[in-house]
Write a protein that binds this ligand. Structure first.
Ligand SMILES: Cc1ncc(C[n+]2csc(CCOP(=O)(O)OP(=O)(O)O)c2C)c(N)n1
Length: 413
């Protein structure tokens, strides 16, 4: 079967969202998905981010697939265990089998040996795809994931899918339009930037950097001094919300937000650290008519920083990203985070967010979120907050209860 035929089969079986990291064994499948005029394939920076994107998309009403090399199973282990499996989120995992039967490059041998065991350990039902049963295997996987409410895997050994016929959208082969597969994602700017984004070779760099170094006074002006706690900042932000889906990073961000206001539109990420931005992006892409808001932490953001690039590239107008930056891993005892030395808002701006504000005062938090909710994004708001956790309880809802009420609220008209 060709990659294009499998892409068409996936579409006929109702798979309307895909995210992944490429493997050459499925290059034609990805190329076909990238060409999809509805733009349903998202190039994720890591496989765990793809799992987060898919989970967000399912919560918002899509039927997702995640495409990965079996090496990506290792990368996504925690996301599968403490997100997809814990909340019970259906998803088709299309996992290529490098190192199959011990015949491959050295880096694939061990992972190839343990690929079925990894899936068994996780409790993920799987079938090894064979040429003559692809449609039946896909039907089985679809039924299983819906019945069991969890991820199900199809493992693809070499030689089952044809490769080498489809040019990937990003490959820029003759006659190919770069990024054409992303056309359908609302607000996608890659094409709008068009030829302007091509970097022309410039003159050679000067021998010595003539840029004046920042003085101490410049540096002092740059320092953002936090004046409010994370809980106070969360309370100011929540005042601006209506019925927007709100995806929280793990740790005390969840708990403090719960103590301010528990809403059915709140998704509390009580497991996977670093995944909130990917989940929120999945929700935003799946429901372009609704704004999706993420309450992130600096440690969480830095753990999966590549998602910032995905947001910049796709530029969803309805994505609003707040980061409560206390410059520490607060939930685990205030260990220093790199955000002490790195302005996260500047990273977001450089990545392509439409706006990136940095605020400290309570009224600034409210004003920044009000503006973000009233205009096209993607928006990034860095909220510098003091260290310290409020004395607040754990989230009392079960993961399934969080899932069900969030899903119902997000899909409500
Ligand atoms: C993969 C993984 N590593 C480590 C942890 C432990 N952990 C839970 S919350 C947290 C800190 C999160 O830091 P940040 O996003 O800055 O939020 P803060 O707690 O400071 O508000 C850590 C390290 C975890 N849950 N998962």
């Amino acid at each position: 079967m060709s990659g294009a035929e499998l892409a068409a089969l996936l579409e006929r079986r109702g798979f309307d969202f895909a995210a992944g990291v490429p493997c050459s064994l499925i290059e034609d499948l990805i190329a076909a998905l990238e060409r999809d005029p509805c733009g349903r394939y998202v190039a994720a920076p890591r496989e765990d981010a793809a799992v987060g994107l898919a989970g967000g998309a399912w919560l918002a009403g899509r039927r997702p697939a995640v495409l990965m090399q079996n090496s990506g199973l290792g990368t996504s282990l925690n996301a599968l265990a403490s997100f997809s499996l814990m909340y019970g989120l259906p998803c088709l995992l299309v996992v290529t089998w490098r190192g199959f039967q011990g015949k491959d490059a050295p880096e694939h041998i061990l992972t190839g040996q343990i690929t079925p065991s990894l899936l068994e350990l996780l409790g993920i039902p799987h079938r090894v795809l064979a040429r003559d049963s692809i449609a039946a295997d896909l039907d089985w996987a679809r039924r299983e994931m819906d019945t069991l409410m969890q991820p199900v895997a199809l493992v693809i050994p070499p030689g089952v899918l044809e490769t080498g016929h489809g040019s990937a959208a990003g490959g820029g082969g003759p006659g190919e339009t770069r990024g054409s597969g992303l056309r359908g994602i609302p607000g996608h700017r890659m094409l709008e930037r068009g030829v302007d984004s091509v970097v022309e070779p410039g003159p050679p760099p000067p021998a010595a950097d003539p840029t004046p170094r920042p003085t101490r006074a410049d540096e002092a002006r740059d320092v953002l001094r936090p004046v409010i706690s994370r809980r106070e900042a969360i309370a100011e932000a929540v005042k601006q919300l209506g019925d927007e889906p709100l995806i929280h990073a793990n740790g005390y961000i969840c708990r403090e937000s719960f103590s301010v206001a528990d809403r059915p539109q709140n998704f509390y990420m009580i497991g996977s650290m670093g995944l909130a931005s990917a989940i929120g992006l999945g929700v935003a892409l799946a429901r372009p008519a609704r704004r999706a808001v993420v309450f992130d932490g600096d440690g969480n953001l830095l753990m999966n920083l590549g998602v910032v690039g995905t947001v910049g590239a796709l530029a969803p107008k309805n994505f609003v990203h707040l980061v409560f930056d206390n410059e520490v891993y607060g939930s685990t005892g205030n260990q220093a985070s790199p955000s002490r030395a790195v302005r996260l808002d500047r990273i977001a701006r450089a990545a392509g967010y439409r706006t990136a504000a940095a605020v400290t005062a309570p009224d600034e938090v409210g004003a920044a979120l009000r503006a973000a909710l009233a205009t096209d994004g993607p928006h990034f708001v860095l909220v510098k907050v003091t260290t310290g956790e409020a004395d607040v309880p754990r989230i009392p809802h079960t993961p399934h209860a969080i899932r069900d009420r969030f899903r119902a609220a997000v899909q409500a008209p």
